[in-house]
Design a protein around this ligand. Structure first.
Ligand code: 5GP
Length: 209
C-alpha cells in the first residue's frame, strides 16, 4: 500500500444498494451519478433476457448460463446470485481496478449477493432500501410494466424473503421520495469516508500529535 505525501493511496468505497425489485434502486443510482459523475456504477452480468430498451454493455452484460458458469469457475465473480431462475453477478477485475484507483463504486445487488460481498470484503457498505409499503412496491412494479403478472408475484414473494435479512445490513433507507433517499445515501457515504478505521489505514502517517 502506498502511503505519505501525494502518493497517499485511498481505496474507493464499495457502496451496495439492495432491496426488493421495484424499490427504485436505479433511480437513486442515476440521481447519485448525475450529482457526482466521478462515481462508478458497476455493470453486472446476467443470464436473463434483455428487456425492451436495455442495451448490452450499458444495462447489463447479457450472457448464456454456460458462459456464466465458466466465469464462476474461473473465479471472475466478486459475488453472484440466482434470482428468479436467472443468474446475476459482479465482475471482479473491473471493480477492483476502480476501487484501487480511489473511485467509489455503486453496486445494485440482490440481498444474498450483498451479504456474500460483505463476507468477501467487510469494508463494503450495505444499504437496504425499502419502499414505504408493500402496496407501493406492487404499484411500482405494475407501473414499470416490464414483467408479466406472475413474475411480479414471484418478485414480491422474493421481496418478503429478502426483508428478513435487514438486520445484517449496515443502513436502512426508505425510498419515499427519490431526493430524500439520495441525500440519505450521500450522508452515509460522507460518514463512511470519515470513519477512523479508514482514515487510520490510509492516512495515519500524515498525522502526528
Ligand atoms: P432486474 O432483473 O430487475 O434487472 O434485477 C433483479 C435483481 O438482481 C435486482 O434486485 C438487482 O438488484 C439484482 N442484481 C443486479 N445485478 C446484480 C449482480 O451483479 N449481483 C447480484 N447479486 N444481484 C444483482
Amino acid at each position: 500500500m502506498m502511503r505519505g505525501g501525494d502518493a497517499r493511496h485511498k481505496r474507493g468505497l464499495l457502496i451496495v444498494l439492495s432491496g426488493p425489485s421495484g424499490v427504485g434502486k436505479d433511480s437513486i443510482i442515476n440521481a447519485l451519478i448525475e450529482d457526482d459523475p466521478s462515481l462508478f456504477h458497476s455493470i453486472s452480468t446476467t443470464t436473463r433476457e434483455p428487456r425492451k430498451g436495455e442495451i448490452e454493455g450499458v444495462s447489463y452484460h447479457f450472457i448464456t448460463k454456460n458462459a456464466f458458469s465458466a466465469l464462476i469457475d474461473a473465479g471472475d465473480m466478486l459475488e453472484y446470485d440466482l434470482y428468479c431462475d436467472e443468474y446475476y453477478g459482479t465482475p471482479k477485475s473491473l471493480i477492483n481496478e476502480k476501487t484501487e484507483r480511489g473511485i467509489d463504486v455503486l453496486l445494485d445487488l440482490t440481498v444474498k449477493g450483498a451479504l456474500i460481498l460483505k463476507e468477501n470484503d467487510p469494508n463494503a457498505v450495505l444499504i437496504f432500501l425499502i419502499a414505504p409499503s408493500k402496496e407501493a412496491l406492487r404499484a411500482r412494479l405494475l407501473a414499470r410494466g416490464t414483467e408479466e403478472p406472475e413474475l411480479i408475484e414471484q418478485r414480491l414473494k422474493t421481496a418478503e424473503r429478502e426483508l428478513g435479512y435487514i438486520e445484517s445490513f449496515d443502513f436502512l433507507v426508505i425510498n419515499d421520495e427519490v431526493q430524500n433517499a439520495v441525500s440519505d445515501v450521500k450522508a452515509i457515504m460522507r460518514a463512511e469516508k470519515r470513519r477512523v478505521a479508514r482514515l487510520f489505514v490510509d492516512e495515519s502517517e500524515s498525522y502526528s500529535v
